[in-house]
Structure formats: structure tokens, C-alpha cells
Design a protein around this ligand. Sequence first.
Ligand SMILES: C[S@@+](CC[C@H](N)C(=O)[O-])C[C@H]1O[C@@H](n2cnc3c(N)ncnc32)[C@H](O)[C@@H]1O
Length: 255
Amino acid sequence: MLPPPLKQRVRESFDRAALTYDSAAVVQRRVCVRLLDELDASAPARILDAGCGTGHGARLLRARWPAARITGVDFAPAMLDFARRETDACLAADIEKLPLPAGHFDLWWSSLTIQWCAADAVFAEAARVLAPGGRLALSTLGPDTFNELRAAFSGIDQHRHTLPFSEPEVIAESLRQAGLNTLTLRRERHTVHYPDLKTLLRAVKAIGAHNVGTDARSGMMGRQAWKKVEAAYERHRTAAGLPASYDVILCYARK
Ligand SMILES: C[S@@+](CC[C@H](N)C(=O)[O-])C[C@H]1O[C@@H](n2cnc3c(N)ncnc32)[C@H](O)[C@@H]1O
């Protein structure tokens, strides 16, 4: 779990990124589409989008199920300013502690959000707000995410450069502990290419996803060290550009 000051910093990063989020969120959009693709077709009446961001997931859910009532929750109010257009109700709250009644939702949906959270707390809340038989659809990131970035920094410093991502089995066990039965667990790689490392890091920042928790580098990097990181990352270049890999976990469960 992130200590409160760090959680506050994560929240502020997302809040500041609300204006630039949609233009940079290439993988996030693709993953929402994949999460919906694999979700079974039965229509939910009440949907919760946990960590809704600007409402991309809600927009897709609405297109699939126009009659559903969609509630978006996000702890970054500036994100909700956009999500409001895509949802029936919006709530500025922490998905680890939802100010919502028990047994209310038929579908708890969350895309690329819980990697910043205490998964046990999030799933306990998901189980609480879901009605009996309600479904959970979740995407998050696995440990191979940003492999290239970690490799490029490994010779330079010992700081953390990515979040501590969980293995799919750990997620499934955490869901089980919360009383949710995992139906499907999939893992797939999504790669985005950038012309250079500066553009890649700028894109991560434009989404607000650059806060990686404890042990992150706090000071500026020297010119020499930066050149070394750039050179190390260049080893991964392909004809398409510099790759950033996302180890995406898709998970479906039922209460
Ligand atoms: C990478 S964005 C994903 C947004 C959206 N689900 C999408 O797919 O485009 C992560 C979102 O989760 C929100 N978030 C992260 N931790 C949260 C928490 N504990 N409670 C509520 N929102 C949270 C952030 O503010 C941000 O909007």
C-alpha cells in the first residue's frame, strides 16, 4: 500500500495530467477495448468504473449497453471533469474505500488502475459493492511491463523506475481472498513505439503515470548518466522505433 503522502502525490500527478491524458493514452485505450472484447455479453443494469480517468472505459461500456447506469469513481477530480460526460454519476473517492452501498452493482470494471493501489483493499471493496452473482472485469499490469526501461537504468542507479507490478497468480489469489471467483485470467503483451526516449518518458508523464512509489529517484539525472541510459535503451530499437512494452493482465471474476 502506498503511504498517504505518496498516494497524495500519485493523485496530484493524475489530476495534473487530465488535460493531456486522452492524447497520450494509446495503450490504455487499446486495453479498454480488449477488456470489453473478452467480457461475456449479458447486460448489466448498474456498472461501477473504478479509476475511470477521463471516462474512456465508460464510453465503450455505454456503447455496448446503452441502458446501463454507469457510475465513475476516481480520486483525481480533474479526470472526473471529463468522465462526467460519459457517466450517469461521478464520485471523487478512493477505490480502496468506496462511499457506496453494499450489493449495488452488477459489474465492477477497472482498467489499468489497481497497480497504484493495495489490491486486497480494492478487491474487498469490489466484493462488497457487487450484488450476488455480480461480475468483475479488471485489467492491470504484470512484472514484464517496461522491461526495456528497467534494463536501460539498471547500469546507472538502484532506484525504482517502475511500479512493483504483481504476477497474475498473486492477483487471482487476492481476488479469491476477497470472495471473488476468478473465471478467466489472460496475459498479453502490448507494445507502443516512440521516436526517442524523451518522447517516451513525456508520454508516460502526459498520462500522469510517472509516480512509481517508494525508492524512486528524487533528484535530476546528470548529463553523462542520461546519455548512458539513452544508449542502453537504443539497443531495443526496432524499425518501428523505441518500444515500451506493457505486460497486460485481463481478469474476469464473479461474486
Ligand atoms: C492510467 S489511468 C486509467 C484510467 C481509465 N481507467 C482508462 O482506462 O483510461 C488510472 C486512473 O486511476 C485513478 N486512480 C489511481 N488510484 C486510485 C485510487 N486509489 N482511487 C481512485 N482512483 C485512482 C487515477 O486518478 C487515474 O485516473
